[in-house]
Design a protein around this ligand. Structure first.
Ligand SMILES: [Zn+2]
Length: 213
């Protein structure tokens, strides 16, 4: 039964979820929120959904127009280079992004009579992204459940896994990571230097066929 909505960026982690739950996903929702790399992610998101026969929908939300600030957004400063745990990486936080996307997904899920929303936050995000942590996920799951007739819950199976753990799960079920995109810079090839590129390299070590610039 297709009763789940997937928040699907086209990055590594949500692509693993797409493969794991492809038989029960009613709709994969790809948010275009004004980031520098949204358009690159979207290409792979669309491709993977087509390949697995999962319905795909692009939802545009103009966070730039709403005045939100982040170096990740097209209106923001340069993307910092370095590891995620560095203080400079805080500039890449898009304020309450997961909260905003989960709220919209809850409305879509209720409309389509779905039971769950899948999100691929993982433990590597915890250092700087508050809306990726367990406390937030369980609180918003409870809020969405209380606020919908279907008592929709949030499923975040990777919350306590590292990105390496997620990569190994993906490798085990045959995910082709060359059809995923991570880089915050949003160029054709991965820069290899931003926080998410460094994290990607560490996660895929030993089976990384990404071409870095
Ligand atoms: Zn990069």
């Amino acid at each position: 039964m297709r009763d789940k909505i997937l928040l699907y960026s086209g990055g590594m982690d949500s692509t693993v979820l797409l493969h794991q739950y492809s038989d029960s996903i009613r709709l994969a929702v790809c948010f275009q929120y004004g980031s520098k790399h949204n358009h690159q992610e979207k290409k792979y998101a669309e491709l993977n959904c087509k390949k697995l026969g999962v319905e795909f929908k692009v939802v545009n939300i103009d966070l730039v127009g709403m005045g939100l600030e982040s170096s990740l957004l097209t209106s923001g400063d340069k993307i910092p280079h370095g590891h995620y745990t560095h203080k400079s990486m805080i500039s890449t936080v898009v304020p309450f992004r997961n909260g905003i996307m989960l709220s919209i997904a809850a409305g879509i899920a209720e409309t389509l009579n779905c039971k769950s929303i899948l999100i691929s936050n993982h433990a590597g995000d915890h250092a700087i992204y508050p809306d990726c942590r367990e406390g937030f996920i369980s609180a918003i799951s409870s809020a969405i459940s209380n606020g919908t007739y279907n008592n929709i819950n949030v499923m975040a199976p990777f919350t306590n896994d590292t990105k390496r753990d997620v990569a190994i799960i993906g490798k085990g079920i045959g995910v082709d990571f060359s059809n995923t995109y991570s880089c915050y810079e949003g160029m054709e090839s991965h820069c290899g230097k931003c926080g998410t590129c460094i994290e990607r390299k560490e996660a895929l070590e030993g089976f990384d066929d990404t071409v870095y610039a």
